[in-house]
Design a protein around this ligand. Structure first.
Ligand code: ADP
Length: 307
């Protein structure tokens, strides 16, 4: 199947900065994909090259199999982008701005009206349709930006730091909305430095640092590779023959506290509990500690992603 986005050996230098040193990335049709990395890693440059805002020096970028430079019109029509920085369209009401955007993509008036009404309602901006952008809160501006990206119903939605500066409640609402869009079949490319956001939403991620890919895969596979996940179980009956029944597991023991190390706690936990219960142990308490993508980044670069 043709991928939604394909990036090969992408290189870009600005006057005195090498921003991308040969990036490769493939995003499948319908995938929820995260592009992660610290500030200055090259995330926005990558996105801007995909959408034609920045010119690449070397490499290939394709959207649904078409070159983003040679087939600019087609590839642009397939993508909606919610940029990190707010647009400065201060003079028109929100609905007008959305109609302009629809017009820009050649969407007939009647269809545009349905689409604008639907998006304003879905993103909780109905009451603000006649307001100007400067009258909106930061969270509302963010929602408007997402509506604008979706007016022409693109197959690919690019979200550049979509929850930056957004309060916790709205963040959860937006996550829910992104999940719905994904379930409806949209391909989503999310850039974020909120690691938790990517871990929760993305099926696959690519982590970049200083213009290079440092690792890629599903959040689960990447964190499992570290093999640092742990399960601690407190049992009351320490007379039971725990040693022989737990011989297949890696663990240490301090009286009634058992510490297990496992690659995949979700799989190991029910098995361990089962074995202990069969042995007549009474389980008092279970705790798990899991590695995060932050740990993955730390182990590969020796620094935290937001340092
Ligand atoms: P990120 O989005 O991951 O924070 P960027 O793509 O914005 O990273 O930036 C990558 C590097 O390129 C940084 O070192 C940044 O300072 C530099 N850079 C980005 N845009 C420009 C520009 N227009 N002119 C010069 N340098 C730039």
């Amino acid at each position: 199947m043709t991928p939604a986005i394909s990036i090969r050996n992408l290189k870009k230098s600005y006057e005195d900065t090498v921003a991308l040193k040969g990036i490769d990335m493939t995003i499948g049709d319908g995938e929820f994909f995260g592009l992660l990395g610290p500030n200055g890693a090259g995330k926005t440059t990558t996105i801007n090259i995909l959408t034609g805002l920045v010119r690449k020096n070397e490499g290939n970028t394709e959207i649904f199999g078409k070159d983003t430079v040679k087939d600019y019109r087609f590839t642009r029509s397939q993508v909606g982008i919610s940029a990190q920085e707010f647009t400065q369209d201060w003079f028109f009401p929100l609905d007008k701005l959305l109609y302009f955007q629809a017009g820009y993509y050649g969407i007939p008036k009647a269809k545009a009206k349905d689409r604008v009404d639907e998006l304003l309602s879905r993103l909780g901006l109905e009451e603000k349709r006649e307001s100007r952008l400067r009258q909106l809160s930061g969270g509302m501006k963010r929602r408007f930006q997402i509506a604008k990206a979706l007016v022409h119903d693109p197959r690919i939605l690019i979200l550049d730091e979509p929850t930056a500066g957004v309060d916790v409640e709205l963040r959860h609402e937006l996550w829910q909305y992104f999940r719905e869009l994904h379930q409806a079949g949209k391909t989503i490319l999310l850039t974020t430095h909120y690691i938790e956001e990517a871990e929760m939403l993305c099926e696959n991620v690519t982590i970049i640092d200083k213009g290079r890919v440092i690792t890629e895969g599903s959040p689960k596979a990447l964190t499992n590779q570290l093999g640092k996940a742990g399960i601690t179980i407190n049992v009351t009956d320490t007379e039971a023959d725990i040693e022989s029944c737990l011989k297949d597991f890696t663990y240490t023991r301090e009286d009634g506290r058992l510490h297990f190390t496992t690659q995949d706690p979700e799989e190991a936990m029910p098995e361990i509990i089962n074995v202990l219960t069969r042995q007549g142990c009474h389980i008092q308490r279970v705790e798990t500690t899991k590695s995060s993508l932050e740990d993955v980044f730390l182990s590969l670069t020796g620094k935290g992603i937001n340092e």
